[in-house]
Design a protein around this ligand. Structure first.
Ligand code: COA
Length: 177
């Protein structure tokens, strides 16, 4: 694999972002989405991004091989300093440091945006995701039992959390409630 770089995503990346994601929709419990995402849904998601909630891509030799995003943890205004991290690496490019680089970059962006904490949510049987988060300093804060149902079985979700600085809560434009 050629060396990869990480940069903010553009609308031109969304087909690749969606293709990487939809593989996991149909093959994995790492996302609780069950129906493949449409181009319209991904575009609407992209248009909802803010300075506090970026989406990034890892690109190697002109190919998008992974992406990451920070999303609002909850919609109420008092949660504005908290964001949830998502990282998806193309299934053909695992264990080459791409996920780690994407998550480290997200952490840097979160600090720069003044976020207070990043939350990771992982289906408990997804050992790679949990291991990645723990390797980067996230701490496990608890497990919800059987909150998801996919592929004919109940699924637990383990949450992790990385505390950032004591920076002030950012005033995100999306925060109105
Ligand atoms: C989780 C995921 C992002 C990891 O990406 P990756 O590029 O394969 O991971 P990296 O090569 O950067 O690994 C970084 C560290 O994570 C941990 N890790 C990654 N994959 C692992 C696995 N299969 N088993 C155990 N540890 C793993 C290790 O600590 C690893 O460091 P090491 O290689 O020095 O041992 C990738 O497996 C993926 O896209 N999975 C599907 C989507 C998903 O579950 N996303 C997370 C939920 S948002």
């Amino acid at each position: 694999m050629p060396a990869f770089t990480i940069r903010p995503a553009t609308a031109n990346d969304l087909d690749a972002v969606r293709a990487i994601f939809n593989y996991y929709v149909t093959h994995s419990t790492c996302t609780f989405q069950i129906a493949p995402e449409t181009a319209e849904e991904r575009l609407a998601w992209f248009r909802g991004r803010t300075e506090c909630h970026p989406v990034t891509v890892a690109e190697a030799g002109g190919e998008i091989i992974g992406w990451a995003a920070l999303s609002p943890w909850k919609s109420r205004c008092a949660y504005a300093g908290s964001a949830e991290a998502s990282v998806y690496v193309h299934h053909a490019h695992h264990r080459r440091g791409v996920g780690k680089a994407l998550l480290l970059d997200l952490i840097t962006r979160a600090r720069a945006a003044g976020l207070h904490t990043i939350i990771g949510g992982t289906t408990t049987d997804q050992s790679a995701s949990l291991a990645l988060q723990l390797a980067l300093g996230f701490e496990s804060v608890g497990t919800f039992r059987e909150v998801g149902y996919k592929f004919d079985r109940w699924l637990d979700v383990t949450y992790t959390q990385l505390m950032l600085t004591g920076a002030p809560v950012p005033a995100c434009p999306s925060r109105t409630a």
